[in-house]
Design a protein around this ligand. Sequence first.
Ligand code: GDP
Ligand code: MG
Length: 441
Amino acid sequence: LGGSISRALHQMSNATVIDEKVLNDCLNEITRALLQADVQFKLVRDMQTNIKKIVNLDDLAAGHNKRKIIQQAIFNELCKILDPGKPAFTLKKGKPSVVMFVGLQGSGKTTTCTKYAYYHQKKGWKPALVCADTFRAGAFDQLKQNATKAKIPFYGSYTESDPVRIAVEGVERFKKENCDLIIVDTSGRHKQEAALFEEMRQVSEATKPDLVIFVMDSSIGQAAFDQAQAFKQSVAVGAVIVTKMDGHAKGGGALSAVAATKSPVIFIGTGEHMDEFEVFDVKPFVSRLLGMGDWSGFMDKIHEVVPMDQQPELLQKLSEGTFTLRIMYEQFHHILKMGPIGQVFSMLPGFGQELMPQGREKESQAKIKRYMTMMDSMTNEELDSSNPKLMNESRIMRIARGCGRPVRDVVDMLEEYKRLAKVWGKMKGLKIPKKGEMSAL
Ligand code: GDP
Ligand code: MG
């Protein structure tokens, strides 16, 4: 995909005259690529029309950065499609909220329910899981197993066959137990069928969820729009989670799901494990969709803001795929000391919404400072090691004592490091573009 887009843009930059035909050829090539990434045909066609309106042929003919102009226009259009114009309903910690998960069987609901619960539990919520899937044999066992592993209270039944009844009982029980995030997992069935949607409507009516999350497998291709729309028509879907983004699918169906439900994507699933779950970030997602890699926007920016001679070592280390605690420390240092670099880093997957959510800069800075204080109590060996097993219990205890912070905080910091190391690990083998070169497109 990335290949064909970059080929298209290349052809264009080589053409001496930028006339309408060249632009059309280029857009057609990109259209094909986006369709291959499962972006819905109608969305691609609308985008094409918009781009033609936005991109002024005279500008292109005169300007030397033609590729950049087109790239930016496409990038912005795709970002726009992913923004439904309003954020997902925000739940309040400490106040009981009910979240209902819907989606076809196999889309990843049960797995994602647990990930969602676990994610919030780590942030201080009191989640609980209710299994209202009475359709599939073994559904309750699966949820029970996941919940037990994550130490999250659960409710379900082996004998009761009425999903509405179980859902209501579970929600009531956990409200009494002061859980503030009550998650209702539902059944899916293989096909979109009337009985399924009727069941979803009934469960929703009975449990009055504050938020309904539509779970979508990233590999369902062009079926995404109809599927999302069908669920939206029976229950008030308010957010989308796209699963299996660790696979081959580029996830273009997410654009359809947003368009069909008028709701934002809030998380993506990136594996079968509990912690393989990421807050959704529009820009890296679109980069990936265009085959630009998660890093190109970042690389472009880094060349704009950071003099090349100040960062070669970092880029070198990143391309080797080693992300040590010391690198994290250095980057935190940059973020705090130098405003613009802070902004650059907020474009990085993992650093963005997760570490430095918009509008909460003060809090983020305080957190980063706290992390750095803890790292000041680490030895050189610890800072430079790329072996995650090195940080054993006794080292953690020593660091906690050294910096006068609870062990829990040190564990938090190391979790953050692991998360970032995983994201940055994808940098491995990256060809570092020289200043002035286009990165991926
Ligand atoms: P449900 O029928 O909608 O409840 O789906 P499940 O939660 O049972 O998931 C179906 C299959 O997809 C299981 O084998 C999961 O382990 C797997 N799965 C779910 N999410 C992901 C993901 O993000 N990545 C990968 N690789 N597998 C996933
Ligand atoms: Mg399930």
